[in-house]
Write a protein that binds this ligand. Sequence first.
Ligand code: X2X
Length: 343
Amino acid sequence: MSPTPTRTLHRRGFVQAGTAAALAALGAPLVARAQATMTFKWANNIPITHPSNIRVKEAADAIKAASGGKVEIQIFPNNQLGGDTDMLSQVRSGAIDIFPLSGLILQTLVPLAGINGLAFAFKDYPTVWNAMDGELGAFIRDAIGKVGLHSFDRILDNGFRNITTSTKPINSAADLQGFKIRVPVSPLWTSMFKAFGAAPTGINFAEVYSALQTKVVEGQENPLAIIEIAKLYEVQKYVSMTGHMWDGQWILANGRRWNSTPADVQALITKHVTEAVMKQRDDIRRLNNGLEAQLKAKGMVFNYPDAKSFRDALAKAGFYAEWRGKFGDAAMAKLEKYSGKLG
Ligand code: X2X
């Protein structure tokens, strides 16, 4: 069957006027074919009710409308296509097109991507966004580009992480001695909790609820939004507000798929995904501020440990020195421009 004649999308009203003007300014060719429907599989590890999915669904709807139904983003939430480790393989092979992933889990493939997880690096959100939307983020995205993945510029917020347990509150690093805790599958996470003196096990998020329920582990650590949305309050009692690190998800696309996507479609997707990320950050900030009261109402017990014993344990175990060596001086200089001297 011979293909129908090619038409540029703007002639069909495919691209909104604003986008077309922006593309013209960039000198980008409008090369997409009006007859082809493009479908992108977007997969992740969290329930559809999480702002990451709500906002991406809005972006997908906007992209579909703006493209006259030609560009479709299908969302597969909640580990439907596998756990994080598996989805990372799939986005590399092209079985999944777009996959948001914690930089610390991506670290198994891009060692530098774990750097923002260095314990207590960021004192607050303004510092996080200055770093991740600034030179540190650009440095990390460069490294991601080298393994054949495209990273969108803006990273999704996951949040500052806190420890939950089924057995006792964690008041200081001493309470973590020998403590069986789940961490995501990531060298930095495992190293951090070993340095605290705990007994960490790397488990994908897909198995966290059942690992807590069956007491394979006594605790885990996550931002409040995840604790609420994944219903971890059903299997955990205490929340210790350690805020030991900030974590976000880079939105990764299979490089071959992305590079073979017409420039106007790339621009359309990028515009809406970026808007979704900025709204998602706002949602998470508001959620994490309001959730404490809600989780208390569900029976969770909160405590607010001082960071000092945790920092001291890390310093004593040589955690910062070890990771400074692994990340290298150039990368540490990018981080410390925002965090101040670590360790
Ligand atoms: O796996 C986790 O704990 C989660 C949901 O926070 C991440 O995606 C890193």
